[in-house]
Design a protein around this ligand. Structure first.
Ligand SMILES: [Zn+2]
Ligand SMILES: [Zn+2]
Length: 133
């Protein structure tokens, strides 16, 4: 049995029970998860307590189903279990990279949209000067 994380343990258990203790990634990480080369998108086979090369024994991570709109991964513990999915560390990290890459492609936040100098054409300025005289 994999020990649940100390924070949000009951939520984690609910997510893992719903997932059958298996990673629920269906390709969000960019992998096909197709070890048998069926050319079909398949579900990741990693499961709780599995020994994975370079990572050791893994514990699945409960992450938001919709990580872009549900915000940071840190907020996962505050979401109801129905809005979370189980992801193995490998898929989780890859999904995070995909999101970070996408976020970098977004145009930078523009500030000062409404406090920009109003544009006054040269001729309008001349008229205003005439009016002031
Ligand atoms: Zn996975
Ligand atoms: Zn995956």
């Amino acid at each position: 049995m994999t020990r649940p994380p100390l924070v949000g343990a009951d939520i984690w258990e609910a997510v893992m029970a719903a997932a059958g203790d298996r990673c629920q990634c269906m390709g969000a990480c960019g992998k096909k998860h197709d070890p048998d080369r069926t050319r079909q998108q398949q579900r990741c086979r990693h499961h709780n307590g599995e020994h994975v090369a370079k990572r050791g024994r893994i514990a699945l991570i409960a992450m938001p189903r919709d990580p872009i709109n549900e915000g940071d991964f840190v907020t996962a513990a505050s979401l109801p279990s129905a809005r979370l999915i189980a992801m193995c560390p490998e898929c989780h990290d890859a999904v995070r990279r995909v999101i970070n890459r996408a976020a970098k492609k977004l145009p930078p936040q523009e500030d000062g949209l409404f406090d920009a100098e109003p544009y006054i054409s040269a001729s309008a300025k001349k008229q205003a000067d005439v009016g002031a005289a």
